[in-house]
Design a protein around this ligand. Sequence first.
Ligand SMILES: O=C(O)[C@H](O)CO
Length: 304
Amino acid sequence: MEKPCILATTLGAPGGIYKCFEPCIEKHFTIIPYERFVQRKEDFAAKIQALFVWGGALKVDQSLLQSLPNLKAVVNGGVGVDHLDIPLINGFGVKVSNTPHVVDNATADIGMSLMLASARKIVEGHNFSKFRESDDFPESSLGTDVSGATLGIIGMVFYMLRPESEERAVGATYCASMKELLQRSDFVMVVVNLSPQTHKLIGAKEFAMMKPNSTLINISRGLVVDQDALVEALQKKMIRAAALDVTYPEPLPRDHPLLAIPNVIVLPHVGTHTMETSQIMVERMVTNALAALAGGQIPDEVKA
Ligand SMILES: O=C(O)[C@H](O)CO
């Protein structure tokens, strides 16, 4: 029997890190890469039943949706769906899914890596070993302690609504206000999803509440932090450092002021990028797509 067709982006395109997982998808589907689709829309449009998307690489807009009469699902890799207009997509009778929980551990690992790398100046140390012009350690190579420090997590609220025993088990306390969290924390880690409520949630007012020796770590979405305010806070030494997996735009232009500030680490949104997590993510996308095509309950359906 002929396999159903899916339209996929970034599998093999620049940054197409998921290319090695194509065989897992091809067991069930014929993949039409977006570039081929654009060249021969008339041959493929009616065949495509699902879109596989990672982040905002493919704009799922009115015109694309109108051009795919048999589309049943937009299957997102990753948990964040801020790049998808779900009411618009659902309006075409098309379901949306994501891959929650699959990404939790890898994203938490990148948050901890950023915290430790920033505190202990790992990037500077590496650059010193590799590129030094003199053997003298500059004073700026002194980091800050992580042991004994307070980590404030913005976005852990849902977990913290669980019983108090769970708070105690992880040694955490629920902060009733963001002000309290910002004032108490040595490291502030942002993990909320991007929504109209969290857009530029951390701005000038919030930086003014943070400790001068504190570090901002963002592993959620770039737009949760006001980047201009962050540049100013760092330049005025209102906070010690920033370590970011996410920015706007991504990647940052190489002449962006953030990249010129010492004590800033910027990664190109790689929180989920491990072989293991990516494999499970792609498998989960396949499961969601198969369920959508069969007209059954989609395990990870995201509703508007
Ligand atoms: O949303 C997620 O899960 C990650 O940021 C990957 O896009």
